[in-house]
Design a binder for this molecule. Structure first.
Ligand code: PEP
Ligand code: MN
Length: 269
């Protein structure tokens, strides 16, 4: 078993995910649904302090067939329009090498490896190999279960392919009892990762930890108190009509109120 202390070749000076003086906010709908939804949401979000990255799920990993699986490739065109109209950087989850090729072709700025992909080391390896030498930033979500070495292993697979603009997203874990969360945060586990790799940007996906709007504030505040570099919060211009994760998304103006209510402890060292 490999037990050496991990080290990554993070290019701090050139990293576009690198630590900034105030937390970065990644926001956008759980799923891209149509062009109007994407643009209305993005126009609202671009006005908010800290929101610099727009996320939207294009291909959705769902538990059972029959639920909304995402709009697929057409959503990448809407992401491109969002970038042109708002200047926000764009991000989406990629779960196989054809997703990667399509997203890169359509100019997606940041690739996200989802929790259901991070668990699969064969798939992570294929994706990482397909990116060999690319300069695209990659954000790796934690694996579904709390296995720090699996998370680290995914980061190492990208690192070994020359990806130096790396960060992680903490979205919580499936444990025996997740209550009251959707996914248990297990903060200590992530603090351990932060201690091992102090230069690695760490973002908190408050939405997928909380699973409901009422828990977004305490989860986000805890992450900021622990010195996370930013937050990911799902936002939809009309959450009750959302095709996925309706119960946890915020309207852009609600996200604004949430962000204003948070105590920002983060400072540049
Ligand atoms: C998402 O971000 O919409 C998502 C599906 O997340 P996760 O990979 O954390 O389940
Ligand atoms: Mn979601």
């Amino acid at each position: 078993m490999r037990t050496s202390t991990p080290s990554l070749h993070l290019a701090k000076e050139t990293s576009t995910l690198a630590k900034t003086s105030s937390p970065v906010v990644i926001a956008g709908p759980c799923s891209a649904e149509n062009e109007e939804q994407m643009l209305l949401t993005a126009q609202g979000l671009k006005k908010l302090q800290g929101v610099t990255i727009f996320r939207a799920g294009i291909w959705k990993p769902r538990t059972r067939p029959g639920s909304f699986q995402g709009v697929g490739s057409i959503g990448l065109e809407w992401l491109r329009t969002v970038k042109q109209e708002t200047g926000l950087r764009t991000a989406c989850e990629v779960a196989n090498t054809s997703h990667v090729a399509e997203a890169m072709k359509q100019g997606v700025d940041i690739l996200i490896i989802g929790a259901h992909t991070t668990v699969n080391s064969f798939m992570v390896q294929e994706i990482a190999d397909s990116l060999k030498g690319a300069s695209v930033p990659v954000l790796v979500k934690n694996p579904v279960s709390p296995e720090l070495m699996l998370w680290l292993g995914a980061l190492e697979r990208f690192d070994q392919n020359g990806i130096t603009d790396l960060g992680v997203i903490h979205r919580g874990f499936s444990t025996i009892d997740n209550a009251p969360y959707r996914n248990h945060p297990k903060w200590d586990h992530v603090v351990e990762l932060k201690n091992m790799l102090p230069d690695l940007p760490v973002y908190c996906d408050a939405s997928h930890i909380a699973g409901r709007r009422s828990l977004l504030r305490p989860v986000s505040q805890r992450a900021l108190d622990l010195g996370y570099d930013g937050l990911m919060v799902e936002s939809h211009h009309n959450p009750v009509m959302a095709l996925s994760d309706a119960q946890q998304q915020l309207m852009p103006q609600e996200l604004d109120m949430l962000l204003q209510s948070l105590k920002l402890n983060h400072t540049d060292e």
